[in-house]
Design a protein around this ligand. Structure first.
Ligand SMILES: [Zn+2]
Length: 104
């Protein structure tokens, strides 16, 4: 796994580099793909905080859809330079996708 570092876009914004960045095709929101390790760590939170079944469902679905418009993460595509430029000014939020998703 490449070390995480800052990547400066042409527009002067910085985004995480060494991460798979995915764009929501509907609203253009940029997310970064969680690593399996992060997903695993995240999966332990509901237990630690003793989430109810409803809270757990909401928590888990939040990693599988667009933060902004709730499009399924499976539809995301790899973020391009234009997407990254747009990502400047908003938080790049984590999403969990299957390893092969977003590659087409
Ligand atoms: Zn969206």
């Amino acid at each position: 796994m490449a070390a995480e570092s800052q990547f400066r876009t042409k527009s002067g914004g910085t985004v995480l580099f060494g991460r798979r960045l995915l764009t929501c095709p509907v609203c253009g929101w940029v997310h970064y793909a969680m690593t399996p390790e992060e997903k695993e760590a995240g999966d332990r939170l509901p237990e630690r905080y003793q989430f109810t079944a409803a809270e757990r469902l909401m928590y888990e679905s939040s990693f599988r859809q667009c933060l902004r418009c709730e499009s399924p993460a499976a539809d995301f595509r790899i973020a391009g330079e234009r997407d990254l430029a747009r990502a400047h000014g908003h938080l790049v939020t984590p999403v969990y996708v299957e390893p092969e998703a977003g590659m087409n």
